[in-house]
Design a protein around this ligand. Structure first.
Ligand code: 13P
Length: 337
């Protein structure tokens, strides 16, 4: 297979009209925070046990087509000594890897952030491919204030995403391009819409400048939402604003848009995805949720071996409901099943 055929094969393995992606790629500081909420120490062994639990959940592959892993997990094995990458494949779940190195302040632009990790990226990607990764993820983060993002913020972040995506495609890894406009703040939904439109517009201009093949990438955006400290918006308002922005900015050649959950509750993330799919568009509209899939799992597990089964049931429930939402067939009363 040549590089283009490899990329196409990964897209076909990841994208269908039922399944979505599980983001289980929390960095060490982030997983420490998640474990602290259930009073669990973030040791390598606990992280291994937790990620094994996720990937070994029976039936998960019926709803989940890909998993984003953290570097450490790519080299870990389950209790019976099977590499976790193989455990994923056994469920027809494609393994991928987070390749960015987190954010820092953007010099020259107070209030904006920029993501680190381009130095030596190609060498790291080659190692990840040898370890079994078939796709990668890179996240740029955009806080909203009255003055941010600035023009420099839009352009510098877009440039990094495009450079990363082109590097991945050259080596045969499908890039997940994740520009995340944060929910933090008290802005109205209109302000999020305006910022998300500018972000996506700058990102796609940069992707084209870097000759990224749009058919061989996945977009992982935020939904258009009001700030966390603002009034609550209904699913229809959110869905209309989100699809309006995509129609203006995301070419139809992009095969799939897989949302991040970004701090929405698991139920909100499902109901909003459902409303978005009821409108629809030329792309698949699916998930790449972290917290909205995992929060109920962590609560059920509590770090205890005797709760592994209950934790798996919690994961399967959210994965199944999002699979219905992805087809526009979810109803809130299904939460009681
Ligand atoms: P959330 O769904 O928790 O926002 O995480 C998705 C993710 O991968 C962030 O990079």
């Amino acid at each position: 297979m040549n590089t283009s055929q490899r990329l196409q094969q990964t897209i076909e393995d990841l994208v269908d009209d039922r399944r979505g992606i599980l983001a289980a790629d929390e960095s060490e500081p982030t997983i420490k925070k998640r474990f602290a909420a259930i009073n669990l120490e973030s040791s390598a062994e606990n992280r291994r046990a937790y990620r094994s639990l996720l990937l070994e959940t029976p039936g998960l592959g019926g709803y989940i087509s890909g998993v984003i892993l953290f570097e450490e997990t790519l080299g870990q094995k389950n209790a019976s000594d099977t590499p976790l990458v193989k455990v994923a494949w056994n469920q027809k779940i494609v393994p991928g890897i987070k390749v960015d190195k987190g954010t820092e302040k953007l010099v020259g632009s107070p209030g904006d952030l920029i993501t680190k990790g381009l130095d030596g990226l190609a060498d790291r990607l080659i190692t990840y491919i040898e370890q079994g990764a078939r796709f990668a993820k890179w996240r740029e983060v955009y806080p909203i204030t009255d003055t941010n993002p600035t023009q420099l913020g839009f352009h510098a972040n877009a440039e990094k995403l495009a450079h990363y995506a082109a590097t991945c495609q050259e080596l045969g890894l499908v890039p997940i391009v994740e520009p995340e406009v944060l929910m933090d703040g008290d802005h109205e939904i209109d302000r999020c819409e305006e910022v998300t439109e500018q972000v996506l517009s700058a990102v796609f201009q940069a992707l084209l400048r870097y000759n990224v093949t749009l058919e061989h990438m996945i977009l992982k955006p935020n939904m258009v939402l009001p700030g966390k400290n603002c009034r609550i918006a209904g699913p229809n308002e959110i869905a209309e604003a989100t699809i309006r922005v995509f129609c203006r900015t995301v070419p139809a050649a992009v095969p799939s848009i897989n949302f991040l959950s970004g701090g929405q509750s698991p139920e909100e993330a499902t109901i909003n995805l459902n409303a978005i799919n009821q409108i629809g568009g030329p792309w698949h509209l699916s998930i790449s949720y972290g917290r909205a899939l995992q929060q109920p799992v962590l609560e059920a597990w509590q770090g205890k071996a005797e709760h592994v089964e209950a934790a798996g049931i919690a994961l399967l429930k959210r994965a199944r409901l999002n699979c219905l939402a992805r087809q526009g067939r979810y109803e809130p009363n299904m939460e009681a099943d």
